[in-house]
Design a protein around this ligand. Structure first.
Ligand code: ADP
Length: 348
């Protein structure tokens, strides 16, 4: 009997230790039962979520958070979310996760206000610098365009190189501004993007860029349109096509495809180019990340194309997928959910 009592005492001591640690955690913890009622919360939950223990014992979480973004998130059973306003103070930004815990769920809220502010400072800085550089670069570029290399043949190579480089700088600035604009958007305009003419334009653009050096194949098999921003989708799709042309040696084949899948429809660009070593794949959408800087510069890119593509796709509930085999080629694809697809009307 005394052994049992000793064991009970040890267990109670363990439980006290666990609760003491949870009380000290800077993250808010709220234990929810099967009916989303609050069973326990630590002190940080009062500061970050206004869930006060034991005042709120047994209250339903939805009811506690009213009509806030947090209540909506709890209801739809979504994955973790970043950067949500705290229901206590609007300046406080939270990262939320919901972990299954036996029959219960553990709501965890972390204060990410500092990271969120730093992100904002970074975004503003990039946007401001790009904006400030735009005017002087336009002026320099304008003067360079006025100078005719034929008037000063000795300086012709220098002038040509200056033109190329100033155009490159202008393109980098334009791409940075484009990225800043996309980063600031929560959503993009939603219109019917007619895929048949868009795909034909993409093929024409590929042919113009390739100058007959590649075979361009169009596989428009889905017979369905897309809901989204026509300009942004055009820019993202065309970026993948231009990469395929630029990174595929002469004689290669580039296939632009639009096909139905089980969950929706897929846009894919496949090339028979150099391919990309596996260790680079996960980093390709980072700004200025390149597999080979000399090859990329020579091909005329800014190193920002795939970052832009990723942002546009994310704003259309899609992700960029990259499959590649060294020496054989690559496929850049993205799948759109059924909710974004529009059946073409009869006669089109
Ligand atoms: P860049 O302007 O340098 O092309 P991107 O962001 O468009 O920048 O692409 C990033 C890098 O990914 C490129 O520098 C290149 O190394 C690699 N890459 C992109 N598309 C392809 C492709 N189709 N085949 C091989 N490598 C590619």
């Amino acid at each position: 009997m005394s052994a049992l009592r000793a064991r009970a005492r040890t267990l109670a001591a363990h439980l006290r230790d666990v609760r003491a640690v949870a009380r000290k955690l800077p993250d808010a913890l709220v234990l929810l039962d099967r009916d989303e009622r609050m069973r326990w919360a630590n002190p940080a939950a009062a500061r970050l979520l206004d869930v006060v223990w034991p005042r709120d014992r047994g209250l339903q979480a939805f009811a506690r958070f009213g009509g806030s973004a947090l209540a909506a998130w709890l209801r739809i059973d979504a994955p973790d979310i970043d950067d949500v306003d705290s229901p206590v103070e609007s300046g406080v930004r939270l990262q939320l996760s919901l972990l299954p815990y036996g029959e219960h769920r553990l709501l965890i809220a972390r204060d990410i206000s500092r990271i969120s502010r730093l992100e904002q400072v970074r975004r503003d800085f990039v946007a401001n610098v790009s904006h400030e550089l735009r005017t002087p670069l336009t002026v320099i570029h304008g003067y360079l365009e006025l100078l005719d290399p034929e008037d000063v043949p000795t300086l012709a190579p220098v002038l040509n190189e200056m033109r190329i480089q100033s155009q490159r700088m202008r393109q980098i600035v334009e791409d940075l501004l484009e990225l800043s604009r996309l980063e600031m958007q929560q959503r993009l305009p939603e219109e019917c993007v007619e895929m048949a003419p868009l795909l034909r334009t993409l093929r024409t653009e590929a042919e113009a860029l390739s100058h007959g050096r590649h075979r361009i194949v169009l596989a428009d098999e889905a017979d369905i349109d897309l809901l989204g921003s026509p300009n942004d989708l055009h820019s993202a799709f065309s970026n993948l096509v231009s990469n395929a042309v630029r990174y595929t040696p002469d004689g290669g084949v580039i296939t632009i495809a639009w096909r139905r899948t089980d969950a929706g429809a897929q846009y894919a660009v496949t090339d028979t180019g150099h391919g990309i070593p596996a260790e680079h794949l996960s980093r390709l959408t980072e700004r200025f990340y390149r597999v080979s800087s000399s090859r990329s510069r020579a091909s005329g890119g800014t190193g920002l194309g795939l970052s832009i593509v990723k942002h546009v796709l994310n704003l259309h509930e899609s992700d960029l997928r990259i499959d590649s085999e060294l020496g054989k080629g690559s496929t850049f694809s993205c799948e759109f959910p059924a909710s974004r697809l529009l059946e073409r009307s009869v006669g089109e």
